[in-house]
Design a protein around this ligand. Structure first.
Ligand code: F0G
Length: 460
């Protein structure tokens, strides 16, 4: 990989939260009690938590100051109007509907748009969008470019939708059977890879041509805009805000989990142009989330999102953010640790089946690596592989495994410094040297679906 330097943090630290060290014996006991499942580990026992970048950001002094200006009126809170202003300024759609987090936005949108037996194509659906499509008896379809499944292809926009596959899919299934097309930026379930504006334009053109609504799953839109600026011809001189505005100008709306690129611990929204649809969404919102000017959030939360959305557009911040993630990738790559390339926006993904060549897929190498890394260092990560995504084969005996067996090291925003990154890299390098000692796993108990949250394991 090319030379990458770790830039200086573009912030200084005003409030600190102690981290907790544990001994190897304690971690052994913690893992035993947790049934070798890192989701069952109390967070206080985790030294560095790379389970997710969602809801784990450190808020700024400006956001905390905004929290004190929370207007907790049931209807018409001033913070809602601030939020509406921020979102309209970036996304440009006429309706803004707050929700308590991303999946609530997905639920109300799909409840209004998606019918049983219909299809929703995406580059790759995130688990919650897939689940929200499937509970409606509809089909969630992944149409990403093939390069995304090749962890060594250096394609700069591996998050793109394959436009030939999309056209073919529409023609074969009929435009009237497609509820909407979604595009996830960046593509979390495919290595955190970005989508190019060229691809966004083409997909939008196809959707308009067939009269199919086109929506973004926009959790990490600012990171995607940064990649466009750095990698796509003609964007180097444009601001992140201009690129984001151009991105959204090609769609009919977006859902967003504010827990990522809005730099907050809770929140989400849907934003769209269609007046009639917006009316339906607001009705659904009132039933389970709340009145349309708060959508399940406190006034102070709305203010924090509004301010976070402005801060995320700062290029100094994004430069550091992406460089920090890529720096971890480079430390690992230089040590020969197999990783997914190019490194994405919010996480480094380890190719666990290549890391643990001696553990077969049916002994869950990704899961085994999350256990070994916690045991070694107290670092928590997440498997995105056979445990999370395997399907039963036709006879119902064996399992069909997903193409990639990954362990995701997701980096929370503004939380960890360079020395934390070194700690993680050193632990993984040590494990990689002694990798033959890591054992495969078997499942002792599990509850379907989403078994990764509850599964208990034993070492073989
Ligand atoms: N879409 C994408 C692409 C996501 O990554 C997530 C959450 C959601 C939707 C749902 O948002 O959690 O606010 O309801 N991703 C987290 C993760 C959980 O760890 O990647 P939510």
């Amino acid at each position: 990989m090319a030379e990458i330097k770790m830039p200086m943090e573009p912030f200084r630290i005003k409030v600190v939260e102690p981290t907790h060290k544990t001994s190897r014996e304690e971690r052994e006991e913690i893992l035993r009690k947790a049934g070798l499942n890192v989701f069952n580990i109390p967070a206080e026992k985790v030294t560095i938590d790379l389970l997710t970048d969602s809801g784990t950001s450190a808020m700024s002094d400006n956001q905390w100051a905004g929290m004190m200006l929370g207007d907790e009126s049931y209807a018409g809170s001033k913070n809602f109007f601030h939020l509406e202003n921020s979102i309209k300024g970036i996304f440009g759609f006429s309706h803004v509907i707050p929700t308590h987090q991303g999946r609530a936005a997905e639920r109300i949108l799909f409840e209004a748009l998606v019918k049983e037996g219909y299809y929703v194509p995406n580059n790759i659906h995130f688990d919650t969008t897939r689940a929200n499509v499937e509970v409606r008896g509809a089909h969630a379809v992944n149409l990403a470019v093939d390069e995304v499944y090749d962890p060594l292809s250096d394609h700069p926009f591996k998050g793109n939708i394959d436009t030939e596959k999309l056209e073919k899919f529409i023609q074969e299934n009929g435009k009237e059977k497609i509820s909407l097309v979604m595009m996830t930026i960046t593509n979390n379930s495919g290595g955190g890879q970005p989508v190019s504006l060229e691809n966004i334009k083409k997909v939008s053109g196809i959707c308009r041509n067939y009269g199919i609504p086109f929506y973004f799953d926009a959790c990490r839109f600012a990171e995607n805009s940064y990649f466009i600026k750095k990698r796509e011809k003609g964007f180097a001189e444009k601001s992140i805000l201009d690129i984001a505005r151009e991105t959204f100008s090609f769609a009919d709306g977006a859902t967003m989990s504010a827990k990522k690129d809005a730099l907050v611990n809770i929140g989400g929204f849907v934003t769209l142009n269609d007046d009639e649809l917006a009316g339906k969404l607001k009705k659904l919102l009132i039933i389970s989330e709340g009145f349309p000017t708060y959508g399940g959030l406190a006034g102070r939360d709305l203010e924090a999102i509004s301010r976070g959305l402005e801060e995320i557009l700062e290029e100094d911040f994004l430069e550091h953010r992406i460089a920090q993630v890529h720096y971890l990738g480079k430390l690992l790559d230089d040590a020969g640790v197999p990783i997914y390339k190019p490194v994405g926006g919010h996480a480094v993904y380890i190719l666990a089946d290549k890391f643990l060549l001696h553990i077969s897929r049916d002994q869950y190498p990704g899961w085994a690596l999350t256990v070994a890394l916690f045991r070694e260092s107290g670092v928590r990560t997440v498997e995105i592989g056979g445990v999370m995504f395997a399907k039963k084969d036709e006879k119902g005996e064996g399992e069909i495994f997903p193409e990639l067996e990954l362990v995701r090291l997701a980096i929370p925003r503004r939380v960890y410094t360079a020395s934390h990154i070194h700690y993680v890299a050193d632990a993984l390098k040590k494990l990689f040297k002694n990798r033959e000692k890591i054992k495969g796993l078997k499942i002792v108990s599990q509850a379907l679906p989403l078994r990764h949250f509850t599964v208990r394991m034993e070492e073989i």
